[in-house]
Design a protein around this ligand. Structure first.
Ligand SMILES: Cc1ncc(C[n+]2csc(CCOP(=O)(O)OP(=O)(O)O)c2C)c(N)n1
Length: 300
């Protein structure tokens, strides 16, 4: 989104919440929280200029742990409500915060349609490849063979490929980072905030309680930065992005996979928002008397 408000002098302290976290020690959500706070500070966005809309899950508790506007909604509905919030007040920097179960399981239909509409929100998916809050069932991103309480002999389903899915659904910004590298994650999130359109940021996240396989060391060995491996990589080329997203070598490319700045976002095309009246919440509620008489004549 274009950050139109005056750049504000903010520090990490401004985003500190007085709520005590219930996350397990070592949970990757701590790194994601810190990355979001750093990104907001670096973008000069004040707590009252941002809203974080989440679903239900361990990671969806995040809005409670940050001093900014927050809205914890229903499981799978964060993106839908975030898009409504954004259309009502385009001046706010709007985040949807979901787990992989919330975003890519129950909420996948909403996610696809909001990507297609190019809704101007930042969607952060905290991907721990498991349903954490409900005690570790396998999720749509769990790998085949992953053993959980609901897959004691190993998951038999083929997992979702979030990057390829987002690309084909029409997301105009696709980035990926890791909860164990909050500096990198903050940089990707800041770029997503500055993008106008649907920005997916998948953050690979450790779950020390229910995903004992994919710990920090495992991710450090399995991830690499796209531009370090291929300095020629062009994130504006959808074909290169698709090829990279489909590489099936077990490793995770990190950074900006894709960026398209040419497609207008949804709110830019809504007639009611095109009349220089600013955000919808600031429009006058007064009815034009000529229009009112016309409506009366037609319906009464
Ligand atoms: C409609 C509905 N279905 C199921 C649930 C139960 N439920 C709550 S959180 C959750 C999964 C959470 O997993 P994820 O989104 O990956 O987040 P995590 O807890 O791992 O951060 C489920 C199935 C619910 N709250 N509402």
């Amino acid at each position: 989104m274009v950050i139109t408000l005056e750049r504000t002098q903010v520090t990490a302290k401004d985003f500190k919440s007085n709520q005590k976290s219930t996350w397990c020690p070592g949970c990757g959500d701590f790194g994601i929280l810190s990355a979001i706070q750093t990104a907001l500070v670096n973008a000069g966005v004040a707590p009252w200029q941002a809203i974080l809309v989440s679903g239900i899950g361990c990671g969806s508790k995040l809005p409670d742990y940050i001093n900014a506007n927050g809205y914890m909604t229903l499981h799978g509905r964060a993106v839908t409500i975030a898009s409504g919030v954004h259309l009502a007040n385009t001046d706010l920097v709007t985040f949807a915060i979901t787990g992989d179960g919330d975003g890519f399981g129950i909420g996948i239909g909403h996610v696809i349609h909001n990507m297609r509409r190019n809704m101007d929100i930042v969607h952060i998916v905290e991907n721990n490849e498991v349903y954490g809050l409900t005690k570790g069932q396998y999720s749509p991103t769990s790998k085949r063979g992953f053993r959980t309480s609901t897959s004691p002999e190993g998951a038999i389903e083929f997992s979702i490929n979030p990057l390829a899915l987002a690309l084909s659904a029409g997301a105009t910004f696709i980035g990926r980072s890791f909860s164990g590298d909050p500096k990198h994650a903050a940089d990707v999130i800041k770029q997503a905030m500055e993008h106008k359109g649907y920005a997916l940021v998948e953050i690979l996240q450790t779950c020390p309680t229910y995903n004992k396989v994919q710990n920090v060391e495992w991710y450090k060995a399995q991830t690499y930065k796209i531009l370090e491996e291929n300095p020629e990589y062009d994130c504006t080329d959808p074909f290169q992005a698709f090829q990279l997203s489909m590489l099936n070598d077990g490793r995770y490319p990190m950074g900006i996979l894709y960026k398209n700045t040419e497609r207008p976002c949804y709110s830019e095309q809504v007639p009611a928002l095109q009349q220089n009246k600013g955000a919808l919440v600031n429009h006058s509620l007064e009815i034009d008397p000529v229009l009112f008489e016309k409506l009366k004549a037609a319906y009464v």
